[in-house]
Design a protein around this ligand. Structure first.
Ligand SMILES: [Fe+2]
Length: 221
């Protein structure tokens, strides 16, 4: 009964935050959340640390890739990379806040490694491979671990990050499929400053993932 109440509470919190993606299939069977053993909590802490470090790295890598894209004449690809870089930075901050909550006094002290920057075509292929992995494997596992620990803020942070990856992968695929068409500068991208959602179109009401008002979105060229 205790777990059932926890599940219902977490589900309501996540739905209220606009999060429907990965937990919709949970039921009272084997997906029922655990009470959060020490082992579960250690796994979650490792997840959050890894997610934070990965986003810190990715922010630096996409910023460098954007500069390379500009050098090679891919103006709109450069803008997309800058928007993704900002998204990664936002999500790194969100994971850092969760880390502090899970481990009072703990430091989110990951530092970026020097990014390996190749040609823009190669950078695009690498980006698509990496973000697809995070969308399909890494973040779903992190969401599950956070949910199993009964940690709503960690679950929301991981789930909105996974939702951001969905749109990022879609945009990267569109760019990869039409690299020549993405040489000209286009309209700006819009980034949610709370969850890192990237939109190709202006958001007219609230962020569909975290409900941040549209006027808070950052325009990235
Ligand atoms: Fe958002």
């Amino acid at each position: 009964m205790k777990n059932a109440v926890r599940y219902i509470t977490l589900s309501l919190i996540l739905v209220a935050g606009g999060s429907l993606s990965l937990l919709a299939g949970c039921d009272e069977g084997e997906d029922q959340p655990k009470s959060g053993t020490l082992e579960d909590k250690a796994a979650l802490l490792a997840d959050v640390r890894a997610a934070h470090a990965a986003e810190v790295d990715s922010h630096a890598r996409y910023a460098a890739c954007a500069a390379r894209a500009d050098e090679e004449g891919y103006a709109r690809v450069a803008a997309l990379f800058r928007a993704i870089a900002r998204s990664e930075q936002v999500r790194a901050a969100a994971h850092a806040a969760v880390l502090t909550e899970l481990e009072p006094g703990g430091q989110a002290d990951a530092r970026p490694r020097t990014p390996a920057v190749k040609s823009t075509v190669e950078n695009m292929a690498d980006a698509l491979q990496s973000e697809t992995l995070y969308r399909d494997k890494t973040y779903p596992r992190y969401v599950r671990d956070a949910f199993n620990c009964g940690e709503p803020n960690a679950t929301r942070s991981m789930d909105t990050a996974q939702r951001a990856e969905v749109e990022i992968v879609r945009l990267l695929q569109a760019a990869r499929d039409s690299m020549e068409g993405w040489k000209a500068a286009g309209t700006p991208f819009y980034v949610c400053p709370v969850c890192g959602l990237v939109s190709e179109q202006p958001v007219t009401q609230k962020c569909p993932a975290c409900f941040t008002p549209c006027e808070k979105f950052e325009k990235v060229n």
